[in-house]
Design a protein around this ligand. Structure first.
Ligand code: DX5
Ligand code: ZN
Length: 220
């Protein structure tokens, strides 16, 4: 199943609740929530209080992308705030397996994220336990960057690793994805598509419709 996960990093925070309603009305199932700590990445975005507030306004699946050092310190709090999926970076923790277990113990889905410079093979020891692999298609830290062309081969490599082990796991892509290039990531094997600027810049409903049309065209 192809899933669109609009990233609220590109939203207008003065009308965040309203924009989330627009996303929901357009029929996407996920909402991508980028948490940045100013250490793992240079920017700071937002944390639990924002997630808690928007949790009251929507039933969308909260796909929380933690770009923070030592994410194991905070997963209980993100769970309590309303996360449904917690994705953390393999580069940010010493024991990814323990953290995946911890997220599962909280009854949430666990995602493992790879920065563009991290070999895809680094995820092999966790391939059977994770629910989703996030292949970053830009350097994490900012919205509005261009898709890194070398990402395509990395997505395909992740797909091969899962297929060789007969594992049906989600492959998420994040960064620089728009309606006019999403087919590249889909062809390579991604099925959960994050889009920030491509959804929130301009008319949200129309932008999502464009992306959904690109999904349908890919299926043809
Ligand atoms: C980047 C974030 C992305 C970002 C994507 O570090 O993880 O989720 O919001 O934004 P676009 O789609 O504008 O590249
Ligand atoms: Zn993200």
């Amino acid at each position: 199943m192809l899933i669109l996960s609009p990233s609220i990093l590109a939203a207008d925070f003065s009308v965040l609740g309203k924009q989330i309603k627009e996303v929901e009305a357009a029929g996407t199932g996920y909402l991508h929530i980028d948490v940045m700590d100013g250490c793992f990445v240079s920017s700071i975005s937002f944390g639990m209080p924002v997630i808690q507030s928007i949790r009251k306004t929507t039933d969308l699946i909260f796909d929380v992308h933690l770009m923070i050092e030592r994410p194991e310190r905070y997963v209980e709090e993100f769970a309590a705030a309303g996360a449904d999926i917690i994705t953390f970076h393999i580069e940010a923790t010493e024991d990814p397996a323990a953290l995946i277990h911890k997220i599962h113990d909280l009854q949430l889905k666990a995602g493992l994220a790879l920065k563009p410079a991290t070999p895809v093979s680094a995820m092999i020891p966790y391939a059977d336990m994770l629910d989703m692999l996030l292949v970053m298609t830009v350097e994490p830290g900012f919205g509005g960057q261009d898709y890194l062309p070398e990402s395509t081969g990395r997505i395909a490599e992740a797909k091969r690793i899962f297929e060789a082990r007969e594992l049906a796991k989600d492959i998420q892509v994040d960064g620089g994805i728009r309606a006019d290039n999403v087919h590249v990531a889909l062809e390579a094997g991604a099925n959960v598509i994050v889009a920030g600027s491509a959804v929130f810049q301009g008319d949200i409903g129309k932008n999502i419709e464009k992306m959904q049309k690109a999904f349908l065209d890919f299926g043809k």
